[in-house]
Design a protein around this ligand. Structure first.
Ligand SMILES: *Cc1c(COP(=O)(O)O)cnc(C)c1O
Length: 437
């Protein structure tokens, strides 16, 4: 496989773009090598500028659930484009998308559209604080909620519990109201609630996808529900990744989480920049113009983005690929585990619906700490072998793979073959290391 044109573009891009990218994970830093530049995509496949064709398991990190260039979505976008790009005034499509979302997620009576998941989450925190009159927020280490100051707290356990910012440029004051608990560990939540009286909300990913896939256990869900209602703490469920991914609606409902505020993004824009937050009437009526919590956006509810999101959700509802996702994820899990067994590689696979990824560890992965036991050197070799064999997966051990409705039997065969080769290559690094030793 050649990457000459990508390499050239990377060099060119470095001059005026930071690392030639507009979002860090695209830079391939954790797997080494140059980033791949994409030319186009269709259905389950994505094509780079060197004309290498891959099965796309990145899905733009979630939004492209129907696969690329879905016909219905395409024509909806084209139709919207004909009427103009943005008006700074309301359009009917915003109402249509709002109706569709509110009908499919019980927690949400009213919704506000924004332009990204980051924006949805930071607004949801403001809302939780406005509604409760309290300041502190509990988040879980390893959960990602966008790049707003208050949520960029180091995700590594020791420093994390001290609320030290995880990025330069985030002042300590910005994270002093962010408390860190451990996923699937209710004691860590209880301790924080005992120590702090001023907790407005707990934010979490109902299924974590940003430390790799980590499911909550049932007891954790139930006890979190009890703790939050007993202490008047709002549950802010960040469904930016999981919304419409595992069912037509919100994943927290499947898992039994109570939710007060729900954040959405990714799938609801179908590939255009859309985020949203919603809640029951009483909470949303705090938001301007009805209430005194200010939040605004020049391009919020953009008509092209709304048309794309609406067509995506409509098509998704009709097509309901969720059973297919589960079956295919199970097949991929078996490919991974069988190949690992054959090659004597320690591997854990976590999945939920259309989200799946392998961890190169023998430990069960239930939180950030266990996720971090993964051997990222092994992942690097695995990653490049997957790429070389026509399967595009996220360039990080700690990202979920996403399935699309377009994934075919034939694609699964290609994935199986790539996995076999990639796992074998991983087993070969092991032998060379032993030889050297
Ligand atoms: C992607 C993601 C975000 C951030 O969304 P952006 O659109 O990248 O700002 C927030 N929360 C979760 C759970 C996400 O997966």
């Amino acid at each position: 496989m050649k990457f000459d044109k990508s390499a050239k573009l990377y060099k060119k891009g470095c001059k005026h773009l930071v690392g030639a990218v507009n979002s860090p994970v695209r830079a391939f830093k954790s797997v080494g090598g140059n980033p791949i530049f994409i030319k186009e995509a269709k259905g389950s496949k994505i094509i780079d500028v060197d004309h290498n064709i891959y099965i796309d398991l990145v899905q733009s990190y979630g939004p492209m659930i129907l696969g690329h260039k879905n016909k219905k979505v395409d024509s909806a976008v084209e139709k919207a484009l004909k009427s103009g790009y943005t008006f700074g005034a309301s359009t009917e499509m915003e109402i249509k998308l709002a109706n569709l979302v509110c009908k499919s997620i019980k927690t949400i009576d009213k919704i506000r559209f924004v332009n990204s998941g980051t924006e949805a989450v930071l607004s949801a925190l403001r809302l939780a604080r406005a509604y409760t009159g309290k300041s502190k927020i509990i988040k879980f280490s390893g959960c990602y909620h966008g790049h707003s100051d208050a949520l960029l707290v180091a995700a590594g356990s020791g420093v994390a519990t001290l609320s030290i910012p995880g990025s330069k440029g985030v002042p300590e004051e910005a994270v002093k109201n962010t408390l860190i608990a451990e996923y699937n560990n209710i004691e860590s939540v209880k301790q924080l609630i005992d120590q702090h009286k001023d907790i407005a909300g707990i934010i979490l990913e109902p299924v974590a996808g940003n430390m790799g896939v980590v499911r909550p256990n049932q007891q954790f869900v139930e006890q979190l529900n009890e703790l939050t209602s007993a202490n008047d703490i709002l549950m802010i469920v960040d469904e930016v990744m999981t919304g419409y991914r595992t069912k037509f609606g919100a994943t927290h409902e499947l898992l039994g989480f109570n939710a007060d505020i729900v954040c959405l993004g990714k799938v609801i824009g179908g590939g255009f920049p859309v985020g949203a937050y919603g809640a029951r009437n009483e909470i949303m009526e705090m938001v301007a113009p009805l209430g005194e919590m200010y939040q605004a956006g020049t391009l919020s509810g953009n008509p092209i983005a709304m048309a794309c999101g609406y067509a995506t959700l409509k098509t998704l509802k009709k097509r309901s690929p969720y059973k297919q996702f589960k079956a295919q994820a199970e097949i991929i899990e078996n490919f991974l585990l069988d190949a690992a067994k054959e090659n004597d590689i320690e591997l854990t696979v976590n999945r939920y619906g259309s989200m799946i990824n392998p961890f190169f560890t023998s430990e069960r992965v239930v939180d950030f700490k266990s996720a971090q036991t993964s051997d990222t050197e092994k992942f690097k070799v695995f990653f490049w072998n997957m790429i070389e064999n026509g399967v595009y997966i996220p360039p990080s051990q700690f990202e979920s793979w996403f399935l699309s409705a377009e994934l075919s039997e034939k694609d699964l065969k290609t994935i199986e073959k790539a996995i076999r080769i990639a796992i074998k290559a991983v087993s070969e690094i092991k032998t060379t290391e032993i030889k050297e030793a």
